[in-house]
Write a new protein. Structure first.
Ligand SMILES: Nc1ncnc2c1ncn2[C@@H]1O[C@H](COP(=O)(O)OP(=O)(O)O)[C@@H](O)[C@H]1O
Ligand SMILES: [Mg+2]
Length: 342
């Protein structure tokens, strides 16, 4: 039996289903990231786990104990939301102490736990500051520390970093991962950002239109997407349908393919080295032209046109190669191993 078990959880508002028959588990000490497009039901699912929304069907158990009918306070669940919701008239330490005081924890223990938690999130120098004097990243660290100091059985995080700018967001993301390793808390985090999901998740649950389309390790979900929807949401894959592949590549598949942009191998540029003729062997070849490019840093993403098929191709950005000019003709090859039937 897993530490957290969600079984057949469904919720409707009036006539509209928000999510249906949701099943997944989280092991103790694991960070499960729930990722999906805006409006797919992530927040409502998290609120149902917290007890803030009544599910119509299904059950939730933590550590072998069913909590489906318990009020929010009795569930031992901590929550961190996008909005920090700190107590504005209390300083950092007081924000952290409040919940422990409510639980009638002895004063000396409160002082010890709060001091340790303030140090863990690196806010010693700001311990006496009130929220208005803190940056967005610091406020979110306080919100996280305030939830963690209560040692919840399960921590729920709802897009906790989406209000922060890109750089702070990446720093806080790494910090959250470190904290999770150090403290070993169990968490379900919601995000709509696939990179955040891949970096933070021990397990990823991809949610689309109120259903979980795939649950698995980041490696699995990224490398072996279960459907075209997962492939296009998580991996930014090229999705090719049989009829198009038959026309453009020298191959006759029966099912659709998902191919990661990085899987393309450029075998030659005709304008640079004349005609390139490589036997197709086990790979599949096609002629394409460069329609556009995006500089992504470590890679350059080219948008290619191969007959009527639009393809994305990622090429390592090496200083020794200049970028390909728009209109450059090239021949691309796919290794059979990079092609996933979906
Ligand atoms: N209290 C509510 N009453 C009616 N509809 C709701 C309520 N809460 C959420 N919804 C609907 O449920 C769907 C999922 O919302 P939400 O869980 O917030 O999605 P996400 O967090 O993935 O963006 C949306 O269509 C939203 O309008
Ligand atoms: Mg939401």
């Amino acid at each position: 039996m897993s530490y957290v078990e969600i079984r057949g959880l469904s919720k409707r508002f009036d006539d509209a289903s928000v999510f249906e028959k949701i099943d997944f588990e989280v092991e103790r000490g694991e960070m499960c990231v729930l990722v999906g497009p805006s409006g797919c039901g992530k927040t409502t699912l998290l609120r149902a786990i917290a007890g803030l929304v009544d599910p119509d069907e299904g059950r939730i158990a933590i550590d072998g104990r069913e909590i489906t009918a318990l009020p929010p306070k009795a569930r031992g669940i901590g929550m961190v939301m996008q909005q920090y919701a700190l107590f504005p008239n209390m300083n950092v330490e007081q924000n952290l102490s409040f919940g422990l005081e409510q639980q009638k924890v002895p004063a000396a223990e409160i002082r010890r736990r709060v001091a340790a938690m303030v140090a863990l999130v690196g806010l010693e120098a700001r311990a006496k500051a009130r929220p208005h004097a803190l940056s967005g990243g610091q406020k979110q660290r306080v919100a996280l520390a305030r939830a963690l100091v209560l040692e919840p059985k399960l921590l729920l995080l709802d897009e906790p970093m989406s209000a922060l700018d890109a750089q702070i967001r990446k720093r806080l993301r790494d910090e959250l991962k470190r904290l999770q390793r150090e403290i070993g808390f169990t968490a379900i985090m919601v995000t709509h950002d696939q990179e955040e999901a891949l970096v933070l998740g021990d397990r990823i649950a991809v949610m689309q239109a109120g259903r979980l389309s795939q649950v698995g390790s980041p490696h699995k979900v990224y490398g072996a997407p279960a459907s075209a929807e997962v492939a296009s949401f998580i991996g930014d894959f090229n999705i090719l349908v049989p009829a198009a592949i038959e026309r453009v590549f020298h191959h006759r598949p029966e099912r659709s393919w998902a191919i990661h942009p990085g899987a393309f191998e450029v075998v030659g540029f005709r304008h640079l080295n004349g005609s390139v003729s490589l036997a197709p062997e086990r790979g599949f070849e096609a002629d394409a032209t460069v329609a556009g490019m995006q500089m992504l840093g470590p890679v350059i993403r080219y948008h290619l046109q191969a007959d009527t098929i639009a393809l994305k191709m990622d090429v390592l950005n090496k200083p020794s190669h200049g970028p390909l000019a728009p209109g450059s003709p090239l021949r691309i090859r796919l290794a059979a191993a990079d092609v996933r039937e979906i």
